[in-house]
Write a protein that binds this ligand. Structure first.
Ligand code: MIC
Ligand code: SF4
Length: 644
C-alpha cells in the first residue's frame, strides 16, 4: 500500500512506537525553534535539565512577540535569550529580524526534515514539505537535549486541490474554506496533506499560509509536497542545495479526503469569535470597518505585501480607518524598501510597524471600543486583540487592502483588473541579525544575563492518594489558551514571572478566578470539548499549576495543551459520557478515590460529587510514558531523574 508524504517523513524519523493511528510514537527532531514569549521558560527548563550544548542539527531562538518595551521586562528577557542561546549552541534571531515562522521558512526550513517549535504555528514549515509541530517549551527543551518528541500517530486527511485561484482570491481563502468545512475541531488527531494539480499553482508562501492555519483546525500538522515551486523558492533564498523532491506515493491511501476547486472559490471572512465561523465577503460586504491589520506569520510574505502595495498605490486609506502593516521579516521589509513598494504603503496612509507579531498578539494596535477590525491573521478569539468587545474578522490581504480604501468590507474581486506584481528571482539575503552561538570551547565563558523579572518555575507535585478538591471553575466548549492565560501588551511581559502572571489566569471567563483559586488552595477545573485549543503556551498549564489546579475534567482536549498539562503534572481526565458534564456545578466538592492508583495503571476513575451525590466515570487515556511523567510530578522531574 502506498504511503502519504506525512507517513514517509514519520517513518524516516520514528524512534519508538508503531505507525498505527491512535498509538503513541516518538520522533527524532532535526531542528527546533523558540520565540521569546515561550522561549524564556523553554531555556530555563533546558538549563534545569543540564545539557551543555544542543544536540539538534539546528536550533534557533527568535525574538518577535514581546517587542513593545513599555518597561524593563521584555528587554531583560531578550538579553537572557541572547546570552542563553550563545551559551548552549543556539542561533539567536535578534528583534527586528522578523516573525519566527516567516524567517524560518526563508532561511532554515528543509523539505523532509522535522521541526518542533514552542509556538503553535510551527506547521508553517509544511509549506516547504517540512514536518513542523507546535509544542510546549518543555518538549522543545527535551528535543534540544536530543530527546524524542511524542505525538499520537495521526490519521491523514488528504485535501485535493484542483483548478487555480481567480485573480484577487488568496491562499487565505483556501484555508478559510477548509476551516468552514472541517471546523476548529476537524483536524484533531490528523495531519492535513495537500495534493493534486492545484498544488503546483501555489507559491511556497501561499502554501505556508495554508499550513500555518492548519493549527486553527486543531491538526497535528499540515504538509505540502516539495516540488519545482519549492526548488525555485529555495533557489531565490540562495539555498537550492537544501531542495529535495518529495511527494506521496501515487497509490497513497488517505483516511479521509476532501476536494477543493480553487477556480470556484471566492473571498471569505472568519467572523467573530472563531476562525471557523466563515462567511463569504460578498454576503457581508458594506459593513463599516474601524481598523485593518495586515501581517502576522500567516500573511506577511513579500508576495502578500506586494499585492497590498499594488492595491493601495496612489490611493488613500479611508478617513475613519486605521491601517497597520507589519512585514514578516527583515528580508521582506528591505525588499519592499528597495523596490519602492514601501513608499506606496506609507503614502497611502498605512501605519507601518516593525517586523514582529505586533497586533496579532495584542502587542499594541488594540481596536477602539466595540470596534470592527479586519485582520489577515489566524486567530480572532474574544479579547485577543486587547479590546474585549472588539469584533475581529479574519480576511485575505487582498480583501484587507480593498476594504482599507473603501472603508467598508469589500470583495476585492469587484475591483476589476488584478494588479500585476513581480517577485524578485533572487531575494535579498543578509543574515546579519542572526547571531551565531559561541563555540563549545568558549561557551562556558558566556555569562547568562537574568533580569529581576525571571522568577523560578513552579514544580509539579505527585498525584494524591485520594484527591478531594473543590470544583473551582466550570467553562464551556472550545476554551482557548487565550482564555486560560491571556496575552496582550500588558500581560505578556510577565511570561517569565509566573506569580505575577497568575493574577490574570482565566480572567477573560471570570475576573475573580485567581483570587478564588488562591483562597481555595487550588482545585479542579471542568471544561467542555476541545479544551485548550489555540496556542502552545505552556503557561496555560504552568500558571494553573501555580494556583493549585490538580486536574482538569473535560469532554475532550486539544493536543498541545493536553501534552502541556501532563508535562506539568496536572491530570487531564475526560468524561466517559459527555452528558455527565451537566451534573457538575462550580463550588461542588469533588472526590477521586484511589486517584494515584488510577493514574498509575487504571483506565477509569470514579468521580464522586460530595455536594450532590453524583457518581461520574472518567477516562484516563494515558500511555505508559505519560503515566510515568504524571507520577513523577511532571516531565522536568522525570527528565532530571533519568539524567542523574
Ligand atoms: C499565539 O499566536 O497565540 C502565540 C502567541 O504565538 C502562541 C505562543 C505564545 O502564547 O507565546 C502560539 O501560537 O503558540
Ligand atoms: Fe506571532 Fe500571531 Fe503568529 Fe502567534 S499567530 S506567532 S502571535 S504572528
Amino acid at each position: 500500500m502506498g504511503m502519504t508524504l506525512a507517513q514517509k517523513i514519520i517513518r524516516a524519523h520514528l524512534v519508538s512506537g508503531e505507525m498505527k493511528v491512535g498509538s503513541e510514537i516518538g520522533l527524532r527532531i532535526d531542528q527546533t525553534l523558540t520565540q521569546d514569549a515561550t522561549g524564556t521558560m523553554a531555556y530555563l527548563q533546558f538549563e534545569a535539565i543540564g545539557t551543555e550544548q544542543v544536540k539538534t542539527e539546528l536550533s534557533v531562538a527568535y525574538v518577535d512577540h514581546n517587542t513593545l518595551q513599555a518597561g524593563f521586562e521584555n528587554a531583560d528577557d531578550h538579553a537572557y535569550l541572547r546570552t542563553v542561546a550563545a551559551r548552549h549552541g543556539v542561533r539567536f534571531s535578534r528583534p527586528g529580524n522578523g516573525i519566527c515562522h516567516q524567517v524560518h521558512l526563508e532561511r532554515f526550513g528543509v523539505p523532509g526534515k522535522t521541526l518542533i517549535g514552542s509556538d503553535s504555528h510551527t506547521p508553517t514549515a509544511g509549506g516547504l514539505g517540512m514536518m513542523g509541530f507546535g509544542a510546549g517549551g518543555l518538549d522543545v527543551a527535551v528535543a534540544m537535549g536530543g530527546g524524542a518528541y511524542y505525538i499520537t500517530m495521526p490519521r491523514i486527511i488528504g485535501v485535493e486541490l484542483t483548478g487555480h485561484l481567480r485573480p484577487l482570491v488568496g491562499a487565505k481563502d483556501i484555508i478559510l474554506e477548509v476551516l468552514r468545512r472541517l471546523s476548529v475541531k476537524g483536524g484533531v488527531g490528523a495531519v492535513v496533506e495537500y495534493y493534486g494539480e492545484g498544488v503546483g499553482t501555489l507559491s511556497v508562501p501561499q502554501r505556508a499560509t495554508i499550513t500555518n492555519m492548519g493549527a486553527e483546525l486543531g491538526a497535528t500538522t499540515s504538509l505540502f509536497p516539495s516540488d519545482e515551486v519549492t526548488r525555485a523558492f529555495l533557489a531565490a533564498e540562495g539555498r537550492e542545495e537544501d531542495f529535495r523532491p518529495l511527494s506521496p506515493d501515487p497509490d497513497a491511501v488517505y483516511d479521509e479526503t476532501l476536494s477543493i476547486d480553487l477556480s470556484a472559490l471566492s473571498p471569505l471572512a472568519a467572523c467573530p469569535h472563531s476562525p471557523d465561523n466563515v462567511k463569504t465577503v460578498e454576503s457581508l460586504a458594506g459593513m463599516r470597518v474601524d481598523q485593518i491589520c495586515i501581517g502576522s506569520c500567516t500573511n506577511s510574505s513579500m508576495q502578500d505585501m506586494l499585492t497590498v502595495a499594488a492595491i493601495l498605490k496612489g490611493k488613500t486609506v479611508a478617513p475613519h480607518v486605521s491601517l497597520s502593516i507589519s512585514p514578516g521579516s527583515k528580508q521582506v521589509y528591505t525588499m519592499l524598501a528597495a523596490c519602492g513598494a514601501l513608499t506606496d504603503l506609507i503614502d497611502a496612509g498605512a501605519r507601518v510597524l516593525e517586523c514582529a507579531c505586533g497586533p496579532c498578539i495584542g502587542m499594541g494596535f488594540s481596536p477602539n471600543s466595540g470596534g470592527i477590525s479586519l485582520r489577515t491573521f489566524n486567530r480572532n478569539f474574544e479579547g485577543r486583540s486587547g479590546t474585549r468587545d472588539a469584533q475581529v474578522y479574519l480576511v485575505s490581504p487582498e480583501t484587507a487592502a480593498a476594504s482599507a480604501i473603501a472603508g467598508v468590507l469589500t470583495d476585492p474581486t469587484t475591483l476589476g483588473e488584478a494588479p500585476k506584481i513581480t517577485l524578485p528571482a533572487h531575494f535579498f539575503i543578509n543574515d546579519n541579525l542572526i547571531t551565531m552561538p559561541a563555540s563549545p570551547e568558549d561557551a562556558p565563558k558566556v555569562e547568562v544575563l537574568r533580569g529581576p523579572n525571571i522568577k523560578p518555575i513552579p514544580v509539579g507535585k505527585v498525584p494524591a492518594e485520594t484527591l478531594v478538591a473543590p470544583l473551582i471553575l466550570k467553562v464551556g466548549d472550545n476554551i482557548t489558551t487565550d482564555h486560560i492565560m491571556p496575552a496582550g501588551a500588558k500581560i505578556l511581559p510577565y511570561r517569565s514571572n509566573v506569580p505575577k502572571l497568575s493574577e490574570f489566569c482565566f480572567t477573560v471567563c471570570d475576573p475573580d478566578f485567581p483570587e478564588r483559586a488562591k483562597k481555595a488552595g487550588g482545585g479542579i477545573v471542568v471544561g467542555g470539548s476541545n479544551y485548550g485549543q489555540g496556542s502552545s503556551r505552556e503557561h496555560a498549564a504552568l500558571v494553573p499549576l501555580y494556583l493549585g489546579v490538580k486536574a482538569v475534567v473535560a469532554k475532550s482536549f486539544a493536543r498541545i495543551h493536553c501534552a502541556n498539562l501532563v508535562n506539568f503534572g496536572i491530570v487531564p481526565l475526560t468524561f466517559r459520557d459527555p452528558a455527565d458534564y451537566e451534573k457538575l456545578s462550580e463550588g461542588d466538592t469533588l472526590e477521586l478515590k484511589d486517584f494515584r492508583q488510577a493514574v498509575a495503571a487504571g483506565d477509569t476513575v470514579m468521580l464522586f460529587d460530595r455536594t450532590n451525590g453524583a457518581e461520574i466515570p472518567l477516562t484516563l487515556a494515558f500511555t505508559k510514558r505519560q503515566r510515568e511523567i504524571l507520577l513523577a510530578g511532571g516531565l522536568l522531574n522525570r527528565t532530571r531523574e533519568e539524567n542523574h
